[in-house]
Write a protein that binds this ligand. Structure first.
Ligand code: AMP
Length: 397
């Protein structure tokens, strides 16, 4: 695998695809700097070796229009503050101005290019646009996991111009290693905790990870399609009636693969999808008419805790309840505490994909697990077994 350590950046201009798609408030100030901080180690490594860094990113979805509020100039000062290095800004990402800016860079200096998506050619994966970007640097570094599942000009197409001169940044390397630890080299027992709303959105992931895991914990809205398929009563709970056969086939495939499946035995049911709903704990297969299961029940959480504590490798994708509403957040918090305890006891834990990341951040578990993925869609596609275009482009010729 071609990584930063494969190169000596002394005197080189590194063209780095970062993910600086950060949230801005109405004053155009950065409200969450985590993505900039996540890219810092790669940039500093290159600068400390005597290289210079040309940073390229998208911000929002300008769809090829020059929307002033989506200019990366708004974040240049914040980038400089976080890196502790002055940051020059190029008002265009390709063409004579960008080329002159890149050519003038001295070792140790940083140039931030304007929003790549001001050009519709970026998302179209346009070859000519990719070639124009490629002129700016000597080595191409991809450190943007959040866009690695896109075959865009700056994330994938550009790599063909850097044969032997391209590598993953430290962040992307960490993401790849975390996924490999779970799916390829994880110490057993390996447990996947799958939550979220629907079976249909997680089916490909479950099928792909079955050969790699020993235990499958199923929680969240997905539960009820399984319970219904097994003959239970799910009341008004979210349930995909056209996926009952699919649910049974997953259980069958799990059995054949020797994977133990753990479903909720009790749930917190509510008479309304709201904070002030009446609630009761009921058996997961006997939910009364007019009630819906919105969180895992206490016995379920005890069972899940035992499985999690017995595991050496953990993957957590998706909340086990409607965590956005406080009344139904306890299950997801409890899973967080169990994963934290297992991690403390020596397990490797990866949290990734969509809402589970929001949940661990909201409940303060971010620093208590081994790794929280920075890419929602990219992590989901990786777990589905897809080789992401941004990763394939570095691995290929
Ligand atoms: P996903 O994006 O598929 O990971 O789903 C995350 C969403 O699932 C969150 O917004 C949760 O509120 C929702 N969810 C979790 N458990 C339930 C449930 N029992 N009923 C309805 N929605 C749920």
């Amino acid at each position: 695998m071609s990584t930063l350590s494969s190169f000596n950046f002394s005197g080189k201009k590194a063209l780095i695809r970062v993910d600086f798609n950060v949230p801005l408030n109405s004053e155009l100030e950065v409200t969450d700097t985590s993505r900039i901080e996540a890219a810092k180690p790669t940039i500093i490594h290159i600068l400390e070796q005597g290289g210079s860094a040309i940073l390229m990113s998208h911000l929002g979805r300008p769809n090829g229009e020059l929307k002033p509020e989506l200019s990366l100039k708004h974040i240049a000062d914040k980038v400089a503050e976080i890196l502790g290095v002055a940051v020059k800004f190029s008002p265009s990402c390709v063409g004579p101005e960008a080329e002159a800016g890149a050519a003038a860079l001295e070792p140790g200096q940083v140039l931030l290019l304007e929003n790549l998506r001001y050009h519709k050619e970026e998302t179209a994966g346009d070859e000519v646009f990719a070639a124009s970007l490629a002129k700016l640097g000597d080595v191409y570094v991809n450190d943007a996991f959040g866009t690695a599942h896109r075959a865009h000009a700056s994330t994938a197409v550009i790599a063909a111009h850097f044969k032997g001169n391209k590598c993953f940044g430290l962040l992307l390397e960490k993401e790849i290693k975390a996924i490999d630890t779970v799916l390829k080299s994880g110490e057993k027992p390996v447990t996947a905790i799958m939550g979220g709303s629907k079976v249909s959105s997680k089916i490909t992931i479950i099928e792909n990870i079955l050969p790699a895991i020993d235990h499958l914990i199923i929680g969240g809205g997905m539960t009820y399609t399984f319970i219904k398929a097994l003959g239970g009563e799910v009341g008004n709970s979210i349930c995909e009636l056209d996926k009952l056969d699919l649910a049974l086939s997953i259980l069958e495939k799990a059995k054949i693969a020797g994977v133990e499946v753990h479903l909720p035995v009790d749930v917190l049911a509510a008479d309304d999808f709201s904070k002030d709903a009446n609630t009761q704990v009921v058996a997961s297969n006997a939910i009364p008419e007019g009630w819906e299961g919105l969180d895992a029940g206490p016995q379920t959480l005890k069972n899940f805790h035992e499985v999690i504590m017995s595991s050496k490798t953990l993957l957590w994708n998706g909340p086990v309840g409607v965590f956005e509403i406080e009344t139904f957040a306890e299950g997801t918090k409890s899973i967080g505490r169990s994963v934290e305890a297992a991690t403390k006891a020596g397990a490797f834990s990866l949290v990734g994909g969509g809402d589970s990341v929001a949940a661990v951040k909201q409940f303060g578990f971010e620093d208590k697990v081994s790794y929280v993925s920075t890419g929602g869609g990219a992590m989901l596609e990786s777990l589905e077994g897809i080789v992401l275009p941004g990763i394939a482009a570095i691995l290929g010729e």
